[in-house]
Design a binder for this molecule. Structure first.
Ligand code: HAM
Length: 439
């Protein structure tokens, strides 16, 4: 083979070099702190699942068009997970009798979808999943929505930067049935068109609804719902359980003063088939990030796919790392000090034995100072400085035989171009040094 292999990763996937990895670890760290503080517990599952898991309830777009799947050597039809919800429902179903409900779990797995790649949408992404199982009432819906808000606030975001758009599948079906007199399947087909509303031109939207048998009057009535408040919309179907659920949820959000982040939006459907009640999406208010950042809702019957007559409802959401990263950079929410923490290179001289440098390095690490001993030749000091600058070290430690004998080392601050002498004594005590580097 004469042609060289490409150094580019597969389309829609990313290489995480240390700088990107550091950023991702930082924001996952913030997320874990918020969730663990609210007593959510972390779980994980396998990357490969039976394809049937998605065929059952994820909806045809995800299961048929976007899932990577293959036959294994034992003729099992497998999928690389395109989402986590069927996996977590399977895990809950498998241990239903041992788990304490309501259950509050989270996970940050990577997943794959065969998508047309664009800003905010890739083929491999990481997705935070937050789910509550075993709570039938609105409290779990409320907790999911307030957790989504809390997560964004933990990064310093405020209500000018994002909006939580909320609807309810039961209400949606009741309202569409009242306007169009369609049966369940008819309502489902209409929901698919409304779900795509913002992704296609208006003419296409109207044509698709007309093909489903809707008159222009009925289309206009649906249009009216898009700009209604939750009270106005609920008044159209006062008997609807979904309308009552929506009203109760908004009342709680108002009482918690979270309504400033939230709006009722009849256009929020969610493409996945398993949702049955509350549905919501979180949008970045910056127009350049126009894809949903979070999506979720209540699904009352997924666990029942695995256990006959099981009644464990779930509600949760997924949030992708790609849209979160776009959000954080667009709104300047990545701290300026990020990635600029002190990092010390211990330079080496031929007149000090190598073990002494490693002993010093260990003591510095014990004091919480990120440091490394220079691993190249000790002969040329200039080369060591060049390496330190290129590798992102902020400080140099200089300790030749003279400094060692005097029990004092020199610290060079590479950005400020200053030099400070610090006493370490004969036993290489690093307390003073640590104080200087942490200040
Ligand atoms: P989803 O709407 O398919 O829901 O995805 C949720 C979020 O994952 C999206 O809002 C977006 O941030 C991110 N996401 C989805 N596809 C991509 C992609 N191709 N590239 C980058 N990010 C993406 C679900 O997956 C549900 N299982 C969420 C859920 C959990 N519902 C209940 N619990």
């Amino acid at each position: 083979m004469s042609e060289k292999l490409s150094t580019q990763p597969y389309k829609g996937t990313r290489d995480f070099y240390p700088a990107e990895m550091r950023l991702r670890n930082w924001f996952f760290g913030v997320i874990r702190t918020v969730l663990e503080g609210a007593a959510f517990e972390e779980y994980n599952g396998p990357m490969l699942e039976s394809l049937d898991l998605y065929a059952a309830k994820s909806g045809e777009e995800l299961a048929e068009k976007q899932t990577y799947h293959f036959m294994d050597k034992g003729n099992r039809h497998l999928a690389i997970r395109p989402e986590m919800t069927p996996t977590v429902a399977r895990m809950v179903a498998a241990k239903m009798n041992d788990l304490a409900f309501p259950l509050k779990w989270f996970s940050i797995p990577n997943m794959y979808r065969y998508e047309a790649t664009q800003r905010g949408r890739l083929r491999e992404f990481w997705q935070l999943n937050v789910d509550i199982f075993g709570c039938e009432t609105y409290e779990a819906d409320l907790e999911c929505i307030l957790t989504a808000i809390r997560l964004l606030r933990a990064f310093g975001a405020d209500e000018t930067m994002f909006t939580v758009r909320i609807n309810n599948r039961r209400f949606f079906n009741d309202a569409i049935r009242a306007i169009t007199e369609k049966d369940e399947e008819g309502c489902r087909l209409i929901s698919k068109v409304i779900d795509r509303k913002n992704k296609v031109p208006r003419e296409v939207y109207e044509k698709e609804l007309t093909e489903l048998g809707l008159s222009s009057g009925q289309i206009a009535k649906i249009d009216g719902l898009y700009s209604m408040s939750v009270e106005e919309a609920a008044a159209l179907c006062p008997e609807s359980t979904g309308a009552q659920e929506l009203l109760g949820l908004f009342e709680a959000l108002r009482a918690l003063k979270l309504d400033r982040y939230c709006v009722f939006d009849f256009g929020i459907i969610r493409g996945l088939d398993y949702y049955t009640g509350t549905v919501f999406e979180v949008f970045d208010n910056a127009p350049e990030n126009n894809r949903a950042m979070f999506g979720g809702g209540r699904y009352d019957n997924l666990v029942g796919l695995f256990v006959k007559n099981a009644k464990v409802s779930g509600v949760g959401f997924g949030m992708g790392d790609v849209t979160l990263e776009n959000f954080l950079f667009t709104h300047k929410l990545v701290p300026e000090s990020f990635g600029k923490e002190a990092k010390l290179l211990i330079t080496r001289f031929e007149d000090v034995n190598t073990e002494t440098y490693f002993a010093l390095s260990g003591k510095l690490a014990d004091c919480g100072i990120v440091n490394a001993v220079y691993l190249g030749s000790a002969k040329k000091f200039g080369k060591q400085i060049d390496y330190a600058v290129k590798a992102g070290f902020t400080h140099l430690l200089v300790m030749g035989a003279t400094e060692l004998a005097a029990g004092a080392v020199k610290i060079k601050d590479l950005a400020a171009r200053t030099e400070t002498e610090v006493s370490v004594g004969a036993d290489l005590n690093c307390a003073e040094l640590a104080k200087l580097l942490k200040s």
